[in-house]
Design a protein around this ligand. Sequence first.
Ligand code: WT7
Length: 648
Amino acid sequence: MTDVYKVPKGAKKRAHIDNDTYEKWYQESIRNPDKFWKKHGKRIDWFKPYSKVRNASFDGKVSIKWFEDGQTNVAYNCIDRHLKKRGDQVAIIWEGDNPYDDRKITYNELYEHVCRLSNVMKKNGVKKGDRVTIYMPMIPEAAYAMLACARIGAIHSIVFGGFSPDALAGRIVDCESTFVITADEGLRGGRKIPLKDNTDKAVDIAKRDGVIVSNVLVVRRTAGKVAWYDERDIWYHEAMAEAKPDCPPAKMKAEDPLFLLYTSGSTGKPKGVLHTTGGYLVYASMTHEYVFDYHEGDIYWCTADVGWVTGHSYIVYGPLANGATTLMFEGVPNYPTPGRFWEVVDKHQVNIFYTAPTAIRALMGAGNDHVTKSSRKSLRTLGSVGEPINPEAWEWYYKVVGDKRCPIVDTWWQTETGGIMITPLPGATDLKPGSATRPFFGIEPQLVDAEGAVLEGATEGNLCISQSWPGQMRTVYGDHERFVQTYFSAYKGKYFTGDGCRRDKDGYYWITGRVDDVINVSGHRMGTAEVESALVSHDAVSEAAVVGYPHDVKGQGIYCYVTLMEGVEGSEELKKELVKHVRGEIGPIASPDKIQFSPGLPKTRSGKIMRRILRKIAEDDFGSLGDTSTLADPAVVDDLIENRQNRK
Ligand code: WT7
């Protein structure tokens, strides 16, 4: 295996940023962030220009503001400002689950859809600052919904279509959202997902918890049969036909909220990560342009779902702010065949392709023929996101998919960061498989030890960011104290990412994975505490401890140690029932991969479960359990190992 892949000549020649420019801009961005961002903030249009650039403190109460006296509108920047020059250019290419299903939407058409939808929402009482929940399949209407919220100043909260009615209800209740946009059914890999039915259930649960959803706007996707409540439900196509095709964009302050997105942490319920208007858009659009080396006319495809932050920043907001053609894909990588991605690449002549390691590994397993029978000549930049990419998968992506022609940008970032933070730039950065390489402009990573001492040079530690950047989350919705506690209390004056990281002698960063109780399943973040509380809500379960373990395709799998109630017998049947129960509580993405019935769990004398030991046992690594002498009952460990070996 080669250690370093040099920037291909073609990539260097074409790129916006070569290595000298990277070095120069990076230094400027760190030495004088105000000057740097004053200039780059102008990449978006402002109704009222900003005079203040950065006003952020990571100490005490923590307050983060960018471009605070400026006024703008995100939908205006993603649509209106392009109309003169590229009204007839395609804004969104939609590729359906079924390969014969596709649509193209120009910027002019996008304008009309978004304006009509804005008027539909206004007519039904949605106002600036209201929270609108979006629970949608990957269809253009999901993007219209996001942009219509942005246009009128409503705050959207997208809930991934794979979440259960319970999970949806929890998110509706947390932000007191009274307007929901959904579809009759979703369609993925030929299977239907009962979105409207789930929404009906969620609305009932939310009502019990005191939040009354007044309207559900329903897009007809499959025309499947759904229950209908006249006083509450509205058909999208009927309301849109009646709505006016123009709607002025609301004047938004730079720090007005744009969206909420719930994400899992190490404790408690998912947090509503809040992103605001000006800084977020500047950062999303700038990273989209430079990280993917986007040029005018490029066809750009990010395979994420809009239910995750990747879909927000790199399907909708970043690309559209740059006037790009963005491809939105409803389906899955292996339907109808594992060649689907590459067929779509050829069909739409995709130039930039951005996906997740879990998809790459799954397709790698399906064999090279599915790839090599396609041309892929249009491809120029390949991207990866969501979890560390193992060097084998990287090499395969580089050689088999990209024919050694296309730089791979392994982009490290988080829901909280709003945009890409550590990444190669295609024309600037020599690549090392498995490394996210170097920080983007304005990003100052620091590695710290457990005591918070900053480590220099080639080293390994906990990854912090020492200065604010425009795309950063501003607070946890409704709970600023939790924001401060979660991100700024471990290491004073720094943003702590929750990731471990190594820096090599060339200053390249290698993310080693989460150091908290968050696991990463197929690039989706899961709090082990959430799965545990789902398990103990089952009548048969008295206690549960959940850890991640290495999984060939998913990156990490979900391993559950379950202690049953007195008198309940463990069985294969019960395991199946518990899996079903967790899917019902959270959603299919939280399906336990392994369940081990465990009469006892390893606890300290103060009652704290020692997960370190459970992780080792789940990994079949019995030799290095470390110090077990502080356990209340060390014999528990022997039982666990024995059960593990017997695969009970
Ligand atoms: C966590 C954030 C932001 C995009 C999707 C995930 C892990 C993300 C990488 C990468 C290694 C990565 C980290 C991070 N992660 N990208 N390129 N290399 N790890 O967003 O759900 O907020 O999860 O995903 O552990 O903390 P998210």
